[in-house]
Design a protein around this ligand. Structure first.
Ligand code: PEP
Ligand code: MG
Length: 568
């Protein structure tokens, strides 16, 4: 029996034989060509074929995996047709007389490396998309595309990395789980596995080299482990755990559209964190009662140029349209820090998390901020709109943001364009100074949403992207709990409601403490909606309150965990 550790990417347990999947992604040879015009034509013909194949994969994925997963292939078609990439490839063919295969490889590697250099995990994961599309074109040029893998029995698929186009090559009903050596919690393997409800483990760094069909594997997507050739006792205990887990998830999902009511009858709002239309649909399907955080920076980062006001109106409108009168909290641009946008050429800073980020950058770049505010207001006519400003660290910033919003409304009036005149205004409380001065800030806004991802890193001085200090950055640290408690108390004192959109809102250990503090709204990633609701239903406010008071006096995150266990 051998155990390999990795990052849990999609919950659940899979037990069965493994299938090692590998693709030809070898570096193409750098060959010189004589007729560059002909080579450009050959490149375009391959692109056309690749585009047809992606369209076919989209249609297949719609049937077998649903619209959300299928969308990835549309995104790939956009990468394929990216004018900058095409120009780059053509330039190499024409000026350097290099074959199409290598020209595609060179241009896409440069683009992928640029994405990888970003600190944001989401963008690092997009590098895999660029490479996947490039490899499709290269393989098409070589005449080698294989779009189906015949599995003979249900298996756990093991691969160095899995691109979305790889995952649809398999018959969905025969996939027990995914395990990849590469990738992080927002890699595509993770996204697709969560969407499909398939247990997954990523970032194991190593994988078994070969496996025979008799070797059993256990993939634990909850704890993040791959167990190779388990002994009989281990196997039996995992079969029991699997049964329990599946029953539990089924039950949670069947209740996802019911309210999250505590044992003593208090309805707690559970909403979703989303980044695009596909997330919005997924959120509705999993019981979201609205949107607690629309991360608008993603639509900026996905384009290779700054999207104009009309493009943004269309993007936002599509998302707003699928909700009725549920609240939607749109966060204005939060770029800078770990979210760089290459086409904006932001200044390189030595401490980007303490630098020109979020609202600070927006004040400096009205060319980004104003069209965005106008687009949000224009797209939200029949929407229960809430606008939220990120990275607020002082009262002056809130006032300035509100003035700019008013100026945008005035300009829309002058332009005689229709817009939402009554948005609710809120801020992210994610900087310790905002938490400490919550009493003052609460008088300026309609709501707070606590961003624990940043609040934790700033209050504990632990860079959220630095794996070397990750063990010091627990959101259950008593200092973080005390700040959160203060924000909720002060907010309520001023008569406003308080939500949370940091990852902590979906953490089952933290939920009773947050309930005890009186948090009004929990905003979590769509896949965690059913379990978050289920956890809330297990507690009554009185017990949670007692637990929360004691948690404030704990001495470490471990103490807090032990305390919650004691109450369960
Ligand atoms: C947070 O900081 O908790 C948050 C929700 O924002 P982001 O993760 O986008 O910085
Ligand atoms: Mg944040």
């Amino acid at each position: 029996m051998e155990i390999i550790d990795g990052i849990p990417a999609s919950k659940g347990l899979a037990i069965g034989p493994g299938f090692i999947y590998s693709v030809d992604d070898s570096r193409p040879e750098r060959k010189m060509i004589a007729d560059s015009q002909k080579e450009v034509e050959r490149y375009h013909a391959a692109m056309e074929k690749a585009d047809d194949a992606l369209k076919a994969l989209y249609d297949k994925a719609i049937e077998s995996m649903g619209e959300e997963t299928a969308e990835i292939f549309n995104a790939h078609r956009l990468i394929l047709k990216d004018p900058e990439l095409i120009k780059d490839v053509e330039r190499t063919i024409v000026s350097d007389h290099i074959c199409a295969e290598f020209s595609v490889f060179r241009a896409s590697e440069a683009a992928a490396k640029m994405m990888e250099s970003l600190d944001d995990e989401y963008f690092r994961a997009r590098a895999a998309d660029i490479r996947d599309v490039a490899n499709r074109v290269i393989q098409t040029l070589k005449g080698n595309i294989i779009d189906v893998v015949n599995l003979k029995e249900p298996v756990i698929i093991l691969a160095q990395d899995l691109a979305p186009s790889d995952t649809v090559k398999f018959d969905r009903s025969l996939i027990l789980g995914f395990c990849t050596a590469m990738g992080g919690s927002t890699s595509h393997t993770a996204i697709i596995s969560k969407a499909l409800g398939i247990p997954a483990l990523v970032g194991t760094k190593i994988l078994p080299k070969d496996l025979d069909r008799q070797t059993m594997l256990i993939l634990d997507g909850n704890e993040g482990q791959l167990i190779i050739d388990p002994d009989e006792d281990t196997l039996a205990s995992y079969y029991r755990k699997q049964e329990q887990f599946n029953q539990q998830s089924q039950l949670e999902l069947s209740l996802a559209h019911q309210p999250a009511t505590t044992k003593d009858g208090v309805n707690v709002e559970v909403v979703a964190n989303i980044g695009n239309l596909a997330d919005a649909k997924d959120a509705l399907a999993k019981g979201a009662e609205g949107v607690g955080l629309l991360r608008t920076e993603f639509s900026f980062m996905e384009h290779m140029v700054i999207p104009d006001e009309e493009t943004l109106v269309k993007t936002y409108h599509e998302i707003f349209d699928i909700f009725d009168d549920e609240p939607i909290i749109v966060r204005t641009l939060d770029i800078g820090g770990d979210k760089d946008v290459p086409h904006l050429s932001l200044t390189v800073e030595s401490n980007p998390f303490l630098g020109n980020r979020g609202i600070r950058l927006c004040f400096e770049r009205p060319d980004l901020f104003r069209p965005q505010l106008r687009a949000i207001l224009r797209a939200s006519l029949n929407t229960n709109l809430h606008i939220m400003f990120p990275m607020i660290s002082s009262l002056g910033e809130v006032r300035q943001a509100k003035i700019q919003l008013q100026e945008c409304m005035d300009s829309l009036e002058v332009d005689q364009l229709e817009f939402n005149r009554n948005p609710k205004i809120g801020i992210m409380v994610e900087v310790p100074s905002a938490a400490i001065c919550a009493d003052q800030l609460a008088k300026e806004v309609d709501f707070f949403s606590i961003g624990t991802n940043d609040l934790t890193q700033y209050s504990l001085a632990v860079d959220r992207t630095n794996a070397a200090v990750a063990h010091l950055g627990s959101e259950l640290h008593p200092a973080v709990l005390r700040l959160i408690h203060r924000v909720i108390e002060e907010g309520h004192e001023a008569g406003i409601w308080i939500g949370m959109c940091g990852e902590m809102a979906g953490n089952e250990t933290a939920i009773p403490i947050l309930l005890g503090f009186g948090l009004d709204e929990f905003s979590v990633t769509p896949s965690l909606l059913p379990s978050t609701k289920a956890t809330i239903r297990k507690w009554d406010r009185q017990t949670a309150k007692k637990l929360a008071e004691q948690a404030l006096n704990c001495q470490s995150p471990e103490d807090v965990k032990r305390l919650v266990e004691k109450y369960q």
